[in-house]
Design a protein around this ligand. Structure first.
Ligand SMILES: *[C@@H]1O[C@H](CO)[C@@H](O)[C@H](O)[C@H]1NC(C)=O
Ligand SMILES: *[C@@H]1O[C@H](CO)[C@@H](O)[C@H](O)[C@H]1NC(C)=O
Ligand SMILES: *[C@@H]1O[C@H](CO)[C@@H](O)[C@H](O)[C@H]1NC(C)=O
Ligand SMILES: *[C@@H]1O[C@H](CO)[C@@H](O)[C@H](O)[C@H]1NC(C)=O
Length: 231
């Protein structure tokens, strides 16, 4: 009987951790997240990371010129402020152990509708307002050469001529990868506050019992508290 209980316990433990311990498929992603002690960037995910520490080397020197086969400087070097946001997005996609919660069922190396906070998108838009780009959708609008490297098809124009505002930018730069959340708490902003939001966002869909509004309330209260205590 005791033996059975132990087996059952580990079976439950295994299924519950298994579900969470997952990375997006393909590309540079590990099979499972694990700690990375020597991250150069993306340190938000050091404790549990879907990228190897060596991946982050290419993000460590500003201006970032190239990440894997993608050139970031096709319309000139990014400003430091704009680059910081690009890095946050790159780090989330490559390294976050939670990204797979929003895995795109049609394309398992990709994500869909990850809820971003409105203020994060607005700040990002502001940070890039003096930068230029030649694409609207980073996933579909490049011309890719035989080496898998990206080139502009169109001329470089300022971000604010390409995107109307932060919402438009967040919801179109990476196709369907991101959406702007209606909630100001149950959303990600790619910083340490995400830990609280993630906790409620990822339990919401598996626990039918807790309604969205009550988990939003709890997340908001906790984040409010965090602001007073820590920030
Ligand atoms: C990065 O590190 C991993 C594991 O340590 C290794 O398998 C991989 O080949 C490394 N990649 C590069 C580009 O060095
Ligand atoms: C972009 O940054 C690189 C590396 O620092 C530098 O060599 C290059 O001159 C910069 N390009 C422009 C157009 O400023
Ligand atoms: C996935 O593919 C199905 C069937 O082709 C399509 O109806 C759906 O819109 C696709 N979803 C996404 C997120 O691309
Ligand atoms: C942002 O731009 C979109 C697309 O043009 C528009 O529908 C929306 O109303 C704008 N939002 C704000 C807050 O200005």
């Amino acid at each position: 009987m005791f033996k059975f209980a132990v087996v059952l316990f580990f079976a439950i433990l295994a299924t519950s951790t298994c579900k969470r311990d997952k990375c997006l498929e393909g590309g540079t992603h590990k099979h499972r997240p694990s700690p990375e002690l020597d991250m150069h960037e993306c340190t938000l995910y050091s404790e549990s990371s879907c990228c190897y520490a060596n991946f982050t080397e290419q993000l460590a020197h500003s201006p970032v010129i190239q990440v894997s086969n993608s050139y970031w400087n096709r319309c000139g070097n990014l400003s430091k402020s704009c680059e910081d946001y690009m890095k946050k997005i790159e780090c989330f996609y490559r390294c976050s152990p939670h990204a797979a919660h929003w895995i795109n069922p049609n394309y398992t190396a990709g994500i869909e509708f990850v809820p971003l906070c409105q203020n994060f998108c607005d700040d990002w838009y502001e940070a890039c307002k003096n930068d230029a780009t030649c694409i609207h959708n980073w996933l579909t609008d490049w011309e890719w050469d035989e080496n898998g490297e990206n080139h502009c098809k169109n001329e470089c124009i300022p971000y604010n001529k390409v995107y109307a505002n932060g919402t438009d930018m967040c919801q179109s730069m990476w196709g369907d990868s991101f959406k702007v959340s209606e909630s100001s708490c149950l959303c990600l902003q790619m910083n340490e506050k995400d830990a609280v939001a993630i906790k409620y966002l990822t339990s919401e869909s598996s626990e039918e019992s807790s309604s969205v509004s009550s988990s939003e309330e709890r997340a908001c209260r906790l984040l409010g508290g965090l602001r007073y205590n820590k920030f």
